[in-house]
Design a binder for this molecule. Structure first.
Ligand code: FMN
Length: 250
C-alpha cells in the first residue's frame, strides 16, 4: 500500500515538474517574442514624412525609372474612430497615416526624381490588422478575387521599375502579383524593395519571375518594419548601387 502511495506521489511530482517546465518555457517564449510583437504592433509610431524622406539627389546615369508601390494605407477602410496609429505597420504623420512602403517609396522618389505610382485595389481591406491577414489568406487561396483600381501609367518610356511592397504571407501581395501580370514589363529591369515584419524577403524575390517577364535584378533591399522611419541612409546606398548597375539602361 505504501509503495502504491509512493508511486502516486512520484507520478504527481513528474506531472507537476512537466507543467512547471511548460509554464516557464511559455513565459520565456513570450518574453523573447511576444513582448517585441506587442511593442511593435500596438505602439504609436510618430513620424515627420518630410524630415524622414529629405535627401540629396542622386545621378541615375541615364536610367529612366518609375517607382511602383503597394501599401496597406490607401487600400484600407480605416474606421473613423480607429486608433489607427496603434495598429501594426502604421505610422502617424501629424494625424495622417503613412504606410511603410509609401514612405520608403517617397525616399527613393526624392533621391531619383522618378515618378511614383501607387497600386490600388477596388475592394478595400478591413481596418483591423488581423482581419486583413485573414482577407489576404483568402486572396492567396483564390477564394477572393482581387481587382485593381485605375489604369497604370504608360510604362513604355521606362527601362527601370523600382517595386516597393510589404511581404505578405512570405511572398508578394496578390495586388502586386496582379499589377505585374497586367502590365508588360518585358525588357525592363525590376528592382525590389520589400518591407517586412521579421521574415526578410521570404520567398518574394524567388517568386517574382512567376508574375513578370521583366529582368528581376538580384540587387534587392529588405527593410524591417520597425526600422522604416530611419531607413533613409540604407535606401540611398541601395539607390546608388542601382544607378551604377550595368542593368537597366535602354
Ligand atoms: C496581410 C499581411 C501579411 C503579412 N505577412 C507577413 C509575413 O509573412 N512576414 C513578415 O515578416 N511580415 C508580414 N507582414 C507584415 C508587413 O510585411 C510589414 O508590417 C510591412 O512593413 C507593412 O508595410 P506597409 O505599411 O507598406 O503595408 C504582413 C502584413 C499583412 C497586413
Amino acid at each position: 500500500m505504501f509503495s502504491k502511495l509512493r508511486n502516486e506521489i512520484s507520478a504527481h511530482k513528474v506531472r507537476y515538474s512537466v507543467i512547471s517546465a511548460v509554464l516557464v518555457l511559455a513565459v520565456v517564449l513570450f518574453a523573447l517574442f511576444g513582448v517585441s510583437y506587442i511593442r511593435r504592433h500596438f505602439r504609436t509610431v510618430n513620424i515627420d514624412r518630410e524630415q524622414a524622406t529629405r535627401t540629396e539627389q542622386i545621378d541615375m546615369k541615364g536610367k529612366k525609372g518609375i517607382i511602383v508601390y503597394f501599401t496597406r494605407v490607401g487600400n484600407t477602410d480605416f474606421a473613423k474612430d480607429v486608433d489607427a496609429v496603434s495598429s501594426a505597420s502604421l505610422m502617424n504623420d501629424g494625424g495622417k497615416l503613412a504606410g511603410n512602403s509609401e514612405l520608403l517609396s517617397k525616399m527613393i522618389a526624392n533621391a531619383t526624381g522618378y515618378p511614383l505610382y501607387a497600386i490600388k485595389t477596388k475592394n478595400k481591406y478591413p481596418s483591423s490588422y488581423v482581419d486583413t491577414v485573414i482577407e489576404a489568406t483568402k486572396e492567396f487561396q483564390g477564394e477572393k478575387p482581387v481587382e485593381l483600381e485605375g489604369t497604370a501609367p504608360d510604362l513604355s518610356g521606362y527601362d527601370t521599375v523600382i517595386l516597393v511592397y510589404p511581404l505578405w504571407h512570405w511572398t508578394l501581395p496578390v495586388p502586386v502579383q496582379k499589377f505585374l501580370t497586367e502590365n508588360k514589363l518585358e525588357g525592363k529591369t525590376l528592382y525590389s524593395l520589400v518591407t517586412h515584419g521579421g521574415s526578410g524577403f521570404g520567398n518574394a524575390i524567388k517568386d517574382t519571375p512567376k508574375w513578370t517577364s521583366a529582368k528581376v535584378s538580384p540587387l534587392t533591399l529588405s527593410v524591417y518594419d520597425d526600422e522604416v522611419k530611419t531607413a533613409l541612409p540604407k535606401v540611398i546606398e541601395w539607390v546608388k548601387k542601382i544607378a551604377s548597375s550595368p542593368d537597366g539602361a535602354m
